[in-house]
Design a protein around this ligand. Structure first.
Ligand SMILES: [Zn+2]
Length: 90
């Protein structure tokens, strides 16, 4: 049996402002770091949280090749950021 075939189940408490803590075993398995953004969606009766993976943190493109800390950025958004930086330095 592979490690990622082992099911992890439990319950979490919804705290003030709707905060929910993802159990440490799940954070470890999915390598979820503090400050990382995750996708969340409601589908029927389920709430689904998924890793953003290598998607661009600005436009959600799956063609992001540039990584800065935990953030993936596509070349198009990187270009826009570079133009913005150039505009600011004028
Ligand atoms: Zn992008």
């Amino acid at each position: 049996m592979r490690y990622d075939d082992v099911s992890i189940k439990g319950e979490v408490c919804v705290q003030s402002m709707g905060r929910v803590v993802i159990p440490v075993e799940i954070r470890k398995r999915f390598d979820i770091k503090d400050g990382e953004y995750l996708n969340i969606e409601a589908n029927g009766h389920e709430i689904i949280i998924t890793k953003k993976g290598d998607r661009c943190c600005f436009c959600n493109s799956d063609n992001s090749k540039i990584k800065i800390n935990n953030f993936h950025i596509c070349e198009s958004c990187f270009e826009k950021l570079s133009e913005l930086r150039d505009d600011l330095s004028d």
